[in-house]
Design a binder for this molecule. Structure first.
Ligand code: MRU
Length: 354
């Protein structure tokens, strides 16, 4: 992937639509097994999103859009008003699978709005149009990631150490990822840099996914447990932090995987720039502040166990928020497909995406 060549074809694909069927890479099995799973029902897609077989904000938006097609596939014999009611019901059902990433609701609202505005009066024709819309959402994401890669790549210069948290990579999107897109583009241009990947407890997206996909791409990646970031920063090994996000509020507050805010606070302490890669599909101008973003709470077992092994006493009280909100004042810039946005976020986000 050197000398200006982006080997995008070799990156893992989280979501595939092939001959009218949806396949999801079961990310809970990575990095030990790469297994594409055919999705037969809306319930199966809901479960796949809920248990993180498919995960990452853009990828669950794409999976949700295709999931709506899966839900409607055997309903094309219905009268158009009954079919339209199914479009709305199934979209609401799929949207309930995870609350924090705005891309899921964004993609499903786009599908429903298109169906309502289409004026199509035949269920089979409308189903075909919905499939085309899901494919469009998928293909547009490829372009968004490439543009963020172009806009963010100049931040990564020769010899740098770049820290990232969770997985905002190919596995979380359609192709280059969000936080990883500047890395893939810089790498393709022959820039030598090191990536440090936080392991990201409790579900280990950094260890299982980010370190796997970057290693496969030939990028120099070092895995850290989450509590090592401060020490590694204090040694002068980190020059830049880039993360992804699940939702950016209108004031620039950033929801991302639990632990991201701690990294941002550390970056501020050590004077390290903290950038967030966010496509427009992740910007939620209808949510004024980060405190209004719904934060998913997941099951106790993710915290009381490490893999299959229990690591905490029975009956222990547990908290398991899956995301946190980094206040906008800790964010150096938002890398979007249209360019890098800095403070004042409220004005600049509205000017660019309002
Ligand atoms: O719980 P996950 O694995 O879905 O969380 C993913 C993240 O927090 C990512 O950083 C975010 O969705 C951005 S993906 C481009």
């Amino acid at each position: 992937m050197l000398n200006g060549q982006l080997a995008a074809d070799n990156l893992p694909r989280a979501v595939r639509w092939e001959e009218g069927d949806l396949y999801l890479l079961d990310q809970t099995r990575l990095p030990l097994e790469t297994c594409m799973e055919k999705q037969e029902t809306a319930q199966q897609v809901w479960d796949s999103i809920h248990v993180l077989k498919v995960r990452g904000a853009p990828a669950i938006g794409i999976a949700g859009a295709y999931g709506l097609c899966v839900a409607l596939k055997d309903k094309t014999g219905l009268a158009i008003d009954e079919f339209m009611a199914e479009v709305e019901n199934q979209a609401a059902f799929l949207d309930s699978s995870r609350p924090t990433a705005v891309n899921l609701g964004w993609a499903l609202r786009r599908m429903v709005a298109m169906a309502k505005a289409s004026g199509i009066t035949d269920a089979t024709a409308l189903y075909d149009r919905l499939v085309a819309e899901a494919v469009a959402i998928h293909e547009e994401d490829i372009g968004l990631c490439r543009a963020m890669g172009e806009n963010g790549a100049p931040l990564i210069t020769e010899g740098m150490g770049v820290l990232t948290h969770c997985n905002a990579g190919s596995l979380a999107t359609s192709e280059l990822g969000t936080a990883t897109a500047p890395m893939y583009v810089a790498h393709s241009r022959g820039v030598n840099f090191r990536v440090y990947a936080d392991e990201t407890r409790p579900l280990l997206q950094g260890a299982r996914l980010t370190s796997w996909e970057l290693q496969q791409s030939g990028i120099d990646v070092t895995l850290l447990t989450d509590n090592m970031a401060a020490h590694i920063m204090s040694q002068g090994l980190i020059d830049l932090v880039i993360t992804g996000t699940d939702r950016v509020a209108a004031n620039g507050d950033v929801a991302n995987k639990i632990g991201t805010m701690g990294v941002a606070i550390l970056a501020k302490h050590f004077g390290i720039p903290f950038y967030v890669c966010c496509p427009s599909s992740t910007i939620d101008l209808d949510t004024a502040h980060g405190k209004d973003i719904p934060i998913e709470e997941r099951g106790d077992d993710e915290v009381t166990s490490f893999g299959a092994r229990r690591t905490a006493p029975e009956g222990i009280k547990v908290r398991n928020p899956a995301f946190d909100v980094t206040p906008n004042e800790l964010v150096t810039g938002l890398i979007t497909e249209k360019g890098i946005i800095c403070e004042p976020y409220t004005e600049n986000l509205r000017a660019m995406f309002g």
